[in-house]
Design a binder for this molecule. Structure first.
Ligand code: H2U
Ligand code: ZN
Length: 334
């Protein structure tokens, strides 16, 4: 029967309509085979030794992870000019200051994060930690993320992610922070610790886990195969990720991302990114916050059939047919 599910991290609801899975559809459409990629593409601005379009800088002959300042940054470090008072309450604005970096996961143009050996994935996690440590002191928020695949608007198949840091707490983080703090005040425990315990007991939405991390299709998932990655220890930000957690995270990512690629027999497009306590957060906020990653893949029924967030979703609230429990089972089987 149709029902709505509650997202305790945001306060939002999602409409679930499992009965609609009975309606006829034409079946999985296979994607045409992807064009073979070269190990090194002379025209790729992210490959080693190549010149980048934006700044004209030449990439070093890097062999591991390579981080550089984005040549087309959405945020810049310039101190804001004195702001004139708003001409009207309908024209409120605030200055925004920050930094944007690009992180190449590997010199190999033809591999994805999921295809890298575990030690190389661990080097990416180590770079995330180092970048977070480098940027959090001068910023309120550091967003580490990867947009993968043309379907997600990614401009280049070279395996890479992005890091944006800003002097403000963005909307999603503000909401998650408020909800986690309220839960901690009401229950004396972190919302995501309680949620993790619930999911490990239930089992049906767990996709993969190891001693230190778990990946679940959250009860309130919006995207068909959305997952939430949670640490199984009280970790509130990337500063608290130690070497043990780092190695275990690389193993979990290898496991999860491989399942995604096998699900529809194609490199799974997704947006994956990390949320944790903002910089300069109060002790109470840090006690309530848990580091976690959201992974939002857009595919629904095959390599070319995506879920569109239109109509009811744009105007009302997200809706899904496939239950999170069925999605988790399919990912476990993959
Ligand atoms: P996406 O494909 O995920 O958008 O990432 C590519 C990023 O790399 C994008 O933010 C940056 C773009 O601004 N970039 C450079 O900084 N220099 C270049 O020469 C090409 C792309
Ligand atoms: Zn490349």
């Amino acid at each position: 029967m149709p029902h709505r599910r509650h997202n305790p991290l945001t306060g939002d609801w999602v409409l679930v309509s499992p009965q609609r899975q009975k309606r006829p559809w034409r079946g999985t459409v296979e994607a045409p085979p992807a064009p073979a990629l070269q190990r090194h593409d002379p025209d790729c601005p992210l490959c080693p030794r190549n010149r980048r379009g934006g700044s004209g800088a030449v990439n070093p002959d890097y062999t591991g992870v390579f981080v550089f300042d984005n040549d087309y940054p959405a945020l810049t470090p310039e101190a804001p000019a004195a702001q004139p008072p708003p001409p009207s309450p309908f024209a409120r604005s605030r200055p925004a200051r920050g930094a944007c970096r690009v992180i190449c996961f590997s010199p190999r143009h033809d591999l994805t994060l999921s295809q890298l050996p575990p030690a190389r994935i661990e080097a990416v996690v180590a770079a995330w930690r180092a970048q977070y440590a480098d940027l959090i002191g001068a910023h309120r928020w550091v967003q580490i993320f990867e947009n993968k695949g043309a379907m997600m608007g990614c401009s280049n198949p070279h395996p890479h992610g992005q890091i944006w840091a800003g002097d403000f707490v963005p909307n999603e983080l503000r909401r998650e922070g408020q909800r986690q703090l309220a839960h901690h005040r009401a229950h004396g425990a972190a919302l995501l610790d309680d949620y993790m315990a619930f999911e490990m007991r239930a089992g049906e939405r767990v996709v993969a886990h190891n001693e230190h991390w778990a990946a679940v299709v959250p009860y309130w998932a919006v995207w068909p195969f959305e997952t939430l990655l949670l640490p199984r220890r009280a970790v509130c930000d990337f500063d608290q990720v130690d070497d043990q957690l780092q190695a275990a995270l690389a193993a979990l990512l290898k496991n999860l991302l491989g399942r995604y690629d096998r699900l529809f027999g194609c490199p799974m497009p997704y947006c994956l990114g990390w949320h944790g306590a903002p910089g300069k957060a109060t002790a109470a906020a840090r006690a309530a916050w848990r580091l976690h990653a959201h992974c939002y893949p857009p595919l629904l029924r095959g390599a070319t059939v995506r879920k569109h967030m239109v109509g009811y979703e744009m105007l009302c609230e997200p809706q899904r047919d496939l239950t999170p429990e069925d999605a988790a089972a399919r990912l476990r089987d993959a």
